[in-house]
Design a protein around this ligand. Structure first.
Ligand SMILES: O=c1ccn([C@@H]2O[C@H](COP(=O)(O)OP(=O)(O)O[C@H]3O[C@H](CO)[C@@H](O)[C@H](O)[C@H]3O)[C@@H](O)[C@H]2O)c(=O)[nH]1
Length: 487
């Protein structure tokens, strides 16, 4: 087979946010496993981020993977800028077109006999034109799941949305998702941007450009497995028409081996977990980009304390406090004395900004995860058989939560959106459901364990549906006997 393989340069281009860069790091490893002879370069849209990405790739054992920086210096990475600036950052990424064009042309010129394949983030649709002009093949990498993406892109392609039963924007009216008559949503499962969109606003214009790229790229690579989301993938394929869809996920990092061996002296959080009973701790984190409000944080703290269950809570500054440094807590965020009380009493740990999430989820003491249902967090949780409490905040997270609760039965949704009125009693009751001695807990754990098995099978190299096999198929289709770029 190797004899018929054409040399190929693979260019990976993530959007500069943790939730996107992390799966792209795993994608670099997957490309290496599926096509060991390929050269792989990760393009970053900020020279300042190149060194840390190089270090991360080396830590992943991907020493031969190159990093090429393009000059988007005056824009911060998405997880350090205000969420409202995201759309500006998306649009600004298009200014990289000339530099990216030069880079791809340089690869072609340096090795004219080889193929070039650009694997670009779903928010970098403009790269398709660059790839086409350079005679390179192109795929769009969807870092989200299939079900969430199918609904998200379908909704944005159908604005303005008119809920069937809402008489005012405050009514939580139900409506049927365009193109998917079997799926009903509520008004509260739309972001404000989506609910207000009319097709001419900046968000609609931007996302419609991405949808156009999804529909005309050579392949769609989705961070999921056929066995994990068969229905979601069927919906995405229906939405896209003829573009081939390759479920190359789950793109997941493995936990450091010491976690599994309960040997965590080097990490205070993991060392604390070592002292807890199996399945007894709630892990609370809302990902790398979104956050809840200060009043919500107050109520959540009260609910956690009231539940009397153990927890590890990773706190990023609430909305409106984006300028606060990475160390401090403000009095507006947490009830007076909360942190000192729960830490001294052994009930919980309050961690500022960032924690070793995969290691926490892999730890035997972790029994449930309160999450915003970002797709990386979802897959990391299920990969370790950990059931979820869902509090979707934005983007496609509402649809991930819906699928996890209604289709997979591994999640209880406790709140919805960045303005949700949270009740401490309701929240404490939900924690009891997932960590107490309840029938629901047993059932959710059983279903989450099943998903763990599904994910583990997709990560092994052997089976036909495994991510390596799917990636091998992509290369065979694109750069084996059929050469899409040369058609
Ligand atoms: O303290 C922390 C917090 C986060 N993480 C990691 O950061 C990633 C966070 O990703 P995710 O859970 O997907 O959340 P976001 O960062 O919010 O992800 C964005 O990207 C996802 C994939 O496209 C989308 O599903 C989300 O809606 C979007 O907000 C995960 O790998 C976590 O393990 C840590 O390691 N430590």
């Amino acid at each position: 087979m190797a004899g018929s393989e054409r040399r190929v340069h693979v260019v990976l281009f993530p959007f500069m946010a943790q939730g996107h860069v992390l799966p792209f790091r795993c994608l670099a490893g997957l490309v290496r496993r599926a096509r060991p002879g390929a050269s792989v370069t990760v393009v970053v849209a900020a020279p300042g981020a190149a060194d840390s990405l190089r270090a991360s790739l080396a830590a992943d054992g991907l020493h031969g993977v190159r990093v090429h920086a393009l000059p988007l210096d005056d824009h911060p990475a998405a997880d350090t800028c205000h969420r409202d600036q995201l759309i500006a950052l998306f649009v600004a990424s298009e200014s990289l077109r000339p530099a990216f064009r030069r880079f791809v042309a340089g690869l072609r010129a340096a090795d004219p006999g080889a193929g070039v394949h650009v694997m670009a983030d779903m928010f970098l649709g403009w790269t398709l034109g660059v790839a086409r002009d350079a005679g390179a093949s192109h795929s769009v990498v969807v870092t989200c799941g299939a079900y969430g993406s199918a609904l998200y892109f379908s909704l944005w392609s159908s604005v303005p949305l008119v809920p069937d039963t809402a008489s005012s924007p405050d009514d939580d009216g139900a409506f049927t998702v365009p193109r998917f008559p079997g799926v009903t949503l509520r008004r509260s499962q739309l972001t404000d941007h989506l609910a207000a969109a009319d097709g001419t606003d900046a968000c609609s214009t931007f996302i419609n450009k991405q949808v156009a790229a999804l529909r005309s790229t050579d392949a769609l690579l989705v961070n999921t497995a056929e066995s994990l989301e068969p229905e979601g993938l069927a919906m995405l394929r229906r939405f896209l028409g003829s573009v081939p869809v390759y479920p190359i996920g789950p793109l997941l990092r493995a936990a450091a081996p010491s976690t599994v061996k309960n040997n965590n002296a080097g990490s205070p959080i993991l060392a604390w977990l070592d002292k807890q009973l199996p399945g007894s701790v709630l892990y609370v984190s809302f990902g790398s980009t979104y956050t809840i409000s200060a009043p919500q944080m107050m109520e959540l703290a009260a609910g956690l304390e009231k539940s009397a269950h153990r927890f590890v809570w990773v706190i990023r500054p609430p909305a409106g406090f984006d300028d606060v440094d990475g160390e401090s807590f403000r009095p507006e965020w947490l009830p007076e004395g909360f942190r000192e009380r729960v830490e001294a009493g052994g009930q919980g740990l309050v961690v500022r900004c960032w924690a070793p999430q995969v290691e926490i989820l892999a730890h035997a003491a972790t029994g449930a995860f309160l999450t915003h249902c970002g797709w990386n967090s979802v897959q990391e949780s299920l990969a370790h058989g950990v059931p979820l409490l869902g509090w979707p905040l934005s983007a496609e997270q509402f649809y991930n939560a819906k699928m996890l609760a209604e289709e997979m039965g591994v999640c209880v949704e406790v709140a919805r959106g960045m303005r949700a009125a949270l009740s401490r009693d309701k929240f404490a009751a939900a924690v009891e459901t997932v960590l107490g001695d309840t029938v629901e807990r047993a059932e959710m754990r059983r279903k989450a364990a099943k998903m763990k098995g599904v994910i583990s099978a997709a990560r092994e190299s052997g089976g036909d549906g495994s991510s390596v096999k799917v990636m091998e198929r992509l290369f065979a289709d694109m750069h084996g006997t059929r050469r899409v770029a040369d058609k």
